[in-house]
Design a protein around this ligand. Structure first.
Ligand code: SAM
Ligand code: SF4
Ligand code: SF4
Length: 334
């Protein structure tokens, strides 16, 4: 049964954050000053178990969800993650993917593929070690992330997509080298406009490098033409190289909001449902799961929440909305 919200948008895509922890401290996501050694991450019994995630996912699928993306935090720091993948992979007609920083892919790619994961998206913000290490802030080298992507490609978790967040004054100089490198490699590079998720990253509009600027920069060296979306509601705008050698994506969530087609819901590691990346409040499903609610009751609660959804934060972003209370990206997942 397809659910429709107040703006006529179906529920199709579910992002499940499996942990709020991460082995990186990206400056735009989990800055060290806030996520330091005294930061209180969720305790094991506060986060949903694999059985709880799996049960909830099945109910979402019965409501029309066709795609589940595992995220975090860093999903691969969650112990035994391939077990969860295997539980979710048994749900029929579901596209199961993951977004990861790639650091643990050399170790887990094979197990993830065997468990039934379809594809991975790997985040990488620069090919320059000085810039990348300053951005991940844990001294993690570029080569190891590329090793992770290659390991995933080798076991068949492709086509590999690469996410690059662009922050002005930090990594614009990496745009062209990244475009050249991944065009040669045949991985699909997607540029993400730096977003005002959470409050810890001190976001300012001036830090955003717009998708239009990025397209212009690449087009001047490697001519591009726009391409049609692969499916309605696709987040990344597609741009094809005119010489036929692949494509790049632009996730212009700040300068060209795509709320009109947004069919995504998010579950945090502790089982809160958010109907927008910028939502002020979540809905507690962990309590329902642990207090004996039936599948029907959970299903009805999802329907009620989606039925009254009217989120369109990126379309109405302003100086006033930036100050609103928001959830951190590492908590809600990308
Ligand atoms: N740890 C995994 C990773 O980095 O791929 C998954 C979680 S991460 C929160 C998901 C995606 O969100 C990543 O591609 C990351 O670069 C992106 N991201 C995090 N903070 C962001 C921000 N402030 N603006 C735009 N994208 C952001
Ligand atoms: Fe970790 Fe991903 Fe956030 Fe970077 S973007 S700190 S890798 S969760
Ligand atoms: Fe969807 Fe909210 Fe992002 Fe708009 S701002 S695209 S409603 S998650």
């Amino acid at each position: 049964m397809t659910l429709i919200d107040t703006l006529n948008r179906p529920l199709r895509d579910l992002r499940v954050s499996v942990t709020d922890r991460c082995n990186f401290r990206c400056v735009y996501c989990m800055p060290k000053e806030i996520f330091g050694s005294d930061y209180r991450f969720l305790h094991r019994d506060q986060i949903l178990t694999f059985e709880e995630i799996s049960r909830l996912s099945k109910i979402f699928v019965s409501h029309g969800v066709r795609k589940i993306r595992l995220t975090g935090g860093e999903p691969l720091v969650r112990k035994d993650l391939p077990e969860l993948v295997s539980m979710l992979a048994s749900i029929p007609s579901l596209d199961l993917t993951m977004t990861t920083n790639g650091s643990l892919l050399p170790k887990f790619a094979r197990a993830l593929k065997d468990a039934g994961l379809k594809r991975v998206t790997v985040s990488l913000d620069s090919l320059d070690n000085e810039i990348f290490k300053a951005m991940n802030d844990v001294d993690f080298p570029v080569e190891k992330v590329i090793e992770g992507m290659d390991a995933a490609a080798e076991v068949g978790l492709g086509p590999i997509k690469v996410n690059m967040v662009v922050k002005r004054g930090v990594n614009e100089s990496s745009i062209l080298p990244m475009a050249r490198f991944f065009r040669e490699k045949g991985y699909i590079l997607r540029f993400i406009e730096y977003m005002d998720v959470g409050h810890s990253n001190g976001w300012r509009m001036n830090d955003v490098v717009s998708a239009a600027e990025i397209v212009k920069m690449i087009d001047a060296e490697m001519p591009l033409e726009s391409a049609d979306p692969n499916y309605p509601g696709e987040v990344a705008g597609r741009w094809r190289y005119k010489d036929g050698k692949g494509e790049v994506g632009m996730i212009a969530s700040v300068t060209q909001a795509f709320c009109r087609d947004c069919n995504r819901a998010r579950i945090t590691a502790e089982g809160q449902l958010y109907t927008c990346l910028f939502a002020i409040k979540g809905y507690d499903f962990r309590a329902m799961l642990r207090e004996g609610a039936t599948d029907d009751e959970i299903s009805q609660q999802i329907a009620r929440i989606w039925g009254k959804r009217d989120d369109r934060y990126s379309e109405v972003r302003s100086e006033n909305t930036i100050a609103l209370p928001k959830v951190e990206m590492s908590h809600i997942g990308g």
